[in-house]
Design a protein around this ligand. Structure first.
Ligand code: 3H9
Length: 707
């Protein structure tokens, strides 16, 4: 039994009286059909091999097993099924040991739970993250885990999807021991020999009874988890199914519980939420596949400069400090610099107060922060991010200074959210070194980073932007130059669609409610109040001269801004925020202003259902996204999805606007747009790409494959 599977599965060889089964399917040993087949065959053969006294399962490479092969979901199933393989492992007449290192996640952990003993290396991360993919642990995980660690701990693991360290897993009772060293095979063999020396035989998780002995208490824990899910994970499909499966573990005999789990798993597998969440998982891993990274390597990144100590600059500085890099912040004068430093310190003080970091960690990060009031302090920075006031002349002046002081090869980045990166680059002698790095606010929290590539940006510069994102643990998406890049350009259009509905008869409160009902955490007017209406107002005034007169312009937001109602920070905007409240309440005066505007514009208000609102809002978003793709501003539809999922609160379980469009059908979206165009043909112009795809029966996903 020394054959090695060429297709990438599992291979087995004997080490004295221990059969070592190595899961070997790069990059993460996902449990593909080949792996399952080889694993099952090896376990089977071991049963009748007189020279095998015990079986050891180990992962090749950096991980044990990262779970079921996610790429197989939605395709016709191939035998053997993973739950059957797990049952076969558990039924082994010879003791089976799993040695865990790196990822032991999802189906990977379920394989380990079906083994009779588990030993973990310090590098191991154990978890049941299926909930993040719209699933539940479907290979016995919902039945074996509560039997081993109790209902409450099992539910916590499965509902949060969190990873446990080896130590935490030992404490919880998921593993039996922690092994020294970093070689899984050596540690696993030593542990198995020890077990054999002790005469240990099979010990099956299905037979464990202690953790669920108090049935009433376990049922109460399941009921509490169910209530919590209904409150906090509303709208998600699989969490309630997880609770149901755990209830079965408490109430039903093991084999019946497995059947219940299987039925619930298949319901989740078939749900549109599973499709959306799996799409999001792969979409996030696609964004770094860009042409520049095929041809260029990133430059050195050891010191970062930040120009501007406002909210954005300070947030960027925190993000960089968090990644372990030193930051030098430049401000105009001592007072502004002090305010910038205070903003950074304030973030860390709050984290200390919340117990998220220690005082030493805060001091360590602040020790990497320096400030200056002259640009010369940036002369040794490898990458400099400008985060000053959003005004072209101001930015041009900053870049002229950066051009003067930056060392050769330093990357110069602008954090502009709208302005023309090519024009900004023209203020320097080396536009090849210039790019946009569009952070989202708060920059130390938001995951998204648009990496904006100008006409002259060198591939190395782009590669360096992506490398910075990797170090900052941000999701980088490549964008081309246009007003607003990918995200803000599309946002401006669907926000315009919302404003038109508001003038035509829907209240901002109806619109927000409909958008929340779709799955967003907040609606566009709540968002506007949070961001501050003054920012959008300044942009609208800047664009007033170049606005297309054929396009309808809704003035309601301007009427509020003229009154100084900028949202939360001024105590009122679209909503009222009495006494600094964070939750707004509807404002009758705003409704009166809207009424007056309708009269001024000669609009007779008409009713909109939540579905009407959602369809128009989404159609505007999808249509503009198609334009963005058509113009090459985004490389692939899934990149647009990632922008909206990680930067704008689009509900993850719907996969992003492009995936959502595919799921409802592009012909329906196009028909909606053509219907709306009868009212306003200037705004509702179908994107040529959308027309082309819909009329040829294709979808956005077909472009992902081509990208
Ligand atoms: C499950 O197990 C269901 C069962 O309960 C029931 C079954 C009946 N499958 O993330 P990375 C790919 S559900 C296929 O960049 P890292 C990934 O796409 C599963 N492919 O690396 C990427 O490919 P590419 C529950 C997978 O080091 C490459 O591997 N398990 C899978 O930053 C590298 O990935 C999970 O949800 C997979 N399972 O992080 C765990 N996993 O190079 C999902 C990864 O072509 N995985 N790939 O872009 C993870 O969380 C991370 O990948 C991991 C490594 C932490 C393992």
């Amino acid at each position: 039994m020394t054959d090695k599977s060429p297709a990438g599965g599992a291979h087995a060889r004997r080490d004295e009286d221990i059969l070592v089964i190595t899961l070997d399917h790069p990059p993460v040993n996902a449990l593909s059909a080949d792996v399952r087949r080889d694993l099952a065959a090896a376990i089977d053969a071991a049963q009748s091999d007189p020279q095998t006294r015990a079986i050891l399962m180990v992962g090749a490479g950096k991980n044990f097993i990262a779970g079921a092969d996610i790429r197989e979901f939605g395709k016709p199933p191939k035998p053997p099924a993973l739950p059957d393989v797990c049952n076969q492992i558990e039924a082994s007449s010879k003791p089976v040991v799993a040695v865990l290192h790196g990822a032991a996640l999802g189906g990977g952990l379920e394989v380990a739970l079906a083994a009779h003993y588990r030993v973990a290396l310090a590098s191991a991360k154990l978890g049941l993250p299926e909930v993040n993919l719209g699933l539940l642990p479907g290979a016995g995980g919902t039945q074996r885990t509560p039997r081993l660690i109790g209902a409450r701990a099992a539910l916590d693991l499965m509902l949060s999807g969190k990873h446990l360290s080896a130590d935490a897993a030992l404490k919880a009772g998921l593993v039996d021991a922690i092994a020294e060293g970093d070689d899984a095979l050596t540690a696993g063999l030593a542990y198995t020999r020890q077990l054999l020396a002790q005469g240990a035989g099979p010990r099956r998780s299905r037979d464990a009874t202690a953790a669920l002995a108090d049935k009433a208490a376990a049922l109460a824990e399941a009921a509490a988890a169910g209530a919590q899910v209904a409150k906090t994970l509303r709208g998600l499909y699989s969490p309630a199914k997880i609770v149901e499966a755990v209830r079965a573990a408490i109430e039903q005999p093991f084999d019946e519980g497995l059947r219940t789990e299987r039925a619930l798993f298949l319901q989740c597998l078939d749900s549109p939420q599973r499709a959306g969440l799996v799409h999001a998982f792969f979409a996030e891993r696609e964004t770094t596949k860009i042409p520049e990274l095929k041809e260029a390597r990133p430059r050195r990144l050891e010191k970062i400069g930040v120009v501007g100590g406002g909210t954005m600059g300070a947030g960027i500085a925190v993000s960089v400090l968090d990644a372990g890099l030193p930051v030098v912040m430049v401000e105009q004068d001592d007072a502004a610099l002090e305010r910038g430093r205070a903003r950074v310190a304030q973030v860390y003080d709050l984290l200390v107060k919340k117990g998220r970091i220690t005082v030493d960690e805060r001091d360590g990060r602040m020790a990497r922060f320096t400030g200056a009031t002259t640009y010369d302090a940036l002369d040794d920075a490898d990458l400099i991010i400008e985060a000053v006031f959003e005004d072209m002349d101001v930015k041009l002046a900053v870049f002229a200074q950066l051009d003067r002081v930056a060392k050769p090869g330093a990357v110069l980045a602008t954090n502009t959210s709208y302005l023309d990166v090519n024009r900004i680059a023209s203020a320097t002698r080396g536009p090849a070194d210039v790019l946009g790095l569009h952070f989202f606010s708060p920059a130390n929290i938001m995951k998204l980073l648009e990496v904006v590539v100008g006409n002259h940006t060198a591939p190395e510069t782009v590669a360096t932007g992506f490398e910075l994102a990797r170090r900052l643990r941000k999701t980088a998406v490549r964008a081309g130059v246009c007003d607003g890049f990918i995200g803000n350009r599309i946002l401006a259009v669907h926000r315009q669609a919302a404003d038109m509905m508001m003038e035509d008869g829907a209240s901002p409160y109806d619109i927000d409610a409909a958008v929340r009902e779709f799955g967003y955490p907040m609606g566009p007017y709540q968002m506007a109040d949070l961001a501050g209406g003054d920012i959008g107002w300044a942009t609208r005034k800047r664009r007033a001269a170049t606005r297309d007169p054929a396009l309808r312009y809704v003035q309601i937001p301007d009427r509020l801004c003229e009154r100084g109602w900028f949202g939360q920070k001024t105590g009122r905007g679209f909503y009222l925020y009495p006494d600094g409240a964070r939750q707004g309440t509807p404002d009758p005066e705003v409704l009166a202003i809207i009424d007056a505007e309708r009269q001024r514009a000669g609009v007779a208000p008409r009713p909109f259902t939540h579905e009407d609102i959602q369809r128009r809002y989404l159609a505007a978003m999808i249509n503009e996204a198609a334009n963005v793709l058509h113009e090459g501003i985004a490389l692939r539809p899934s990149d647009v999805d990632v922008v909206f999922l990680s930067g704008y609160g689009f509900p993850r379980y719907r996969g992003g606007p492009m995936h959502y469009a595919d799921s409802v059908g592009l012909d329906r979206v196009l028909a909606d747009i053509r219907g709306y165009a009868k009212e306003d043909a200037a705004f509702w112009k179908p994107s040529p790409l959308l027309v082309q795809l819909a009329e040829s029966g294709r979808d956005f996903a077909s472009l992902n494959q081509a990208a």
